[in-house]
Each structure stands twice: as C-alpha cells, then as structure tokens.
Design a protein around this ligand. Structure first.
Ligand code: SAM
Length: 281
C-alpha cells in the first residue's frame, strides 16, 4: 500500500509527496503536528497540513532568514525569534559568536518538543547557552518593549490560525518599538505567485510601509512551498540591506553556507516586474 502526503496549494492545485513512514502525529491546543519520512525530502514536519520544514530544502529558508540581516549588520548582539519552533533559525544564529542573546518565543511547546525529539537537523542548537525559550504568544510578548533587540525575526506560519496576528499593523508597530536604533525586522512575506498568498504579501508590505522608514523585499527559491517562489520582508529604522551590506566583514567570518553568499544577497532584492508592480500597486 502506498501512502501520500497531499497539500492544497490553492483550491484547485494539489501537491503530493510519497510518504515512507509516519513518525509522529498529534494535535496541540493550536494545531495538528505531523512528522514523516520521505524518500525525496527526508524527514518532514507539517502543521495543519502545511509544509513547515524538511531535511532537503530547510537550508535555503534558514540561510536567507538569518544571513541577510546578519551580513547587513554584523554588530547584532540581541535577537528575538518569534515562532521558529523547529529550531532552524536559532541554529543559524548560534553560528555568530558576536550574538550574545537569542530569545525565541514559540506559542506551541509541542512543536519544539517534537522538533527536539525527531528533527535533530534543525533543533540541535536550541540548547545553546545564549538561547532562552519562551512558550508564549509572540503578539503579546512584544507589547510594551522598547529598544530591546537589534534584530527581530518573525519565523511564523501563514496568516491563519495562531500566526494571523503576526501580520497586523499593531504587531509590526510593537516590533518597531522593540528594536534598537539600527534595528532590523525580518518577516515571512508569503509568495507573489498565487492569488491568496499574493494578497497577504501585499497586505504585509502596505502595513510595514506605514511604520518603517526602510522597507525592502527579497526572494528565495523554496521548492516545497506553494509555487516555490517565496519572500522575506526586510524592514529597518535606517539600515539598507544593499548599501549597508558589509561583504568583507561577512566573508571574513568564514561561515560555510549552502545557499547564501554575498552576491546572492544583492541579487535576492532584484525582484521580477510583476512582483514590483504588485508591491507598488
Ligand atoms: N519555516 C516555516 C514556514 O514558513 O512555513 C515556519 C516554521 S515554524 C515551525 C512556525 C512556527 O510559528 C510554528 O511552530 C507556530 O507554532 C509558530 N507560531 C504561530 N503563531 C505564533 C504566535 N502568535 N506566537 C509565537 N509563535 C507562533
């Protein structure tokens, strides 16, 4: 008997992977969590039937969410990760010796527990002594904070379920206030390709534009997310991801990366015309 995981990418588009073995399935207070093994993508974690992370392409997502802001401001010392329960974003951050504190606020403790037990490839640095784990709602966590973090990374699910409030003007404003003078906010900016995610991309962009003086968008190729073409938002109080990129400083760190490099860093901000038009509309 064959077992297949099928995900709806739109109401009329489905995408499937053959499953070798189901490893874990449970329901938390927030979402359904599944972990399974596949031939093509290795070990996979899905939440509510949506791909979160898998062994084969996770390096692309985690390289781009972390190294782009870190190469723009190598002086970052205090970082807040909101979501990110699989641990991959924290894993990349811990490679920087200059980072002194990493606070990760994940609403769902069961995601972290499952990642620690079954996804060693992403969760293996959650025990780093600089990492503090908070099992709270990120929306509440940032309320009232002032000048606290040099970098905030929103490594969230889509704007449905517990992740919905992470795409609001109030949340982005609280992040702005929580950032230090050279602060950077990186957020999940969905995909321009299909209508629903393009709408969310545009909404996120418009809201951030009313709050941050610098608003930039960069792209990466994520084979297992709908359409494979995904975006992160780079918003800051002043730093420009291209003009302030410190290529020499980043390259001198000697970090080995499979996807990110400082040429790609610049290229990732060069958006296709249809994406520019959607964002500027
Ligand atoms: N790489 C993934 C992606 O873009 O599909 C994101 C992975 S990570 C597992 C997303 C995490 O965000 C989930 O574990 C989820 O529980 C967490 N999350 C969703 N809403 C949240 C909130 N309001 N506060 C904190 N964490 C939240």
């Amino acid at each position: 008997m064959e077992m297949w995981y099928t995900e709806f990418h739109t109401d009329t588009v489905k995408w499937s992977i053959k499953v070798d073995k189901s490893i874990y399935t449970d329901k938390s207070d927030f979402q359904r969590i599944d972990i399974f093994d596949t031939d093509e993508f290795g070990r996979v974690m899905t939440l509510d039937g949506l791909m979160m992370v898998n062994e084969k392409d996770q390096f692309i997502y985690h390289d781009m969410i972390v190294h782009v802001p870190m190469a723009t401001n190598p002086s970052v010392e205090k970082v807040l990760v909101i979501g990110g329960g699989d641990g991959g974003t924290v894993r990349e951050l811990t490679r920087y010796k200059t980072i002194k504190r990493i606070d990760m606020v994940e609403i769902d403790e069961m995601v972290v527990e499952a990642a620690i037990k079954y996804l060693d490839y992403t969760s293996n640095k959650l025990s780093d002594e600089r990492v503090n784990l908070y099992y709270e709602d990120g929306i509440e966590f940032v309320k009232g904070l002032k000048d606290e973090y040099d970098l905030i990374i929103v490594d969230s699910t889509d704007p449905i379920g517990p992740g919905e409030g992470l795409f609001t003007t109030e949340f982005y404003t609280n992040c702005y206030n929580a950032l230090t003078e050279n602060g950077i906010l990186i957020n999940q900016k969905e995909s321009p390709y299909y209508e629903q995610t393009a709408r969310e991309m545009k909404r996120s962009h418009d809201k951030l534009s009313t709050i941050f003086p610098v608003i930039m968008t960069y792209q990466y190729h994520m084979p297992t997310y709908p359409s494979g073409h995904w975006l992160f938002g780079f918003s800051s109080k002043g730093l420009n991801a291209i003009e302030d990129l410190d290529k020499d400083a980043w390259n001198a760190l000697g970090l080995k990366t499979e996807y990110y490099n400082t040429d790609l860093h610049v290229g990732a901000f060069m958006l296709p015309n249809y994406v520019k038009e959607l964002l500027n509309a």
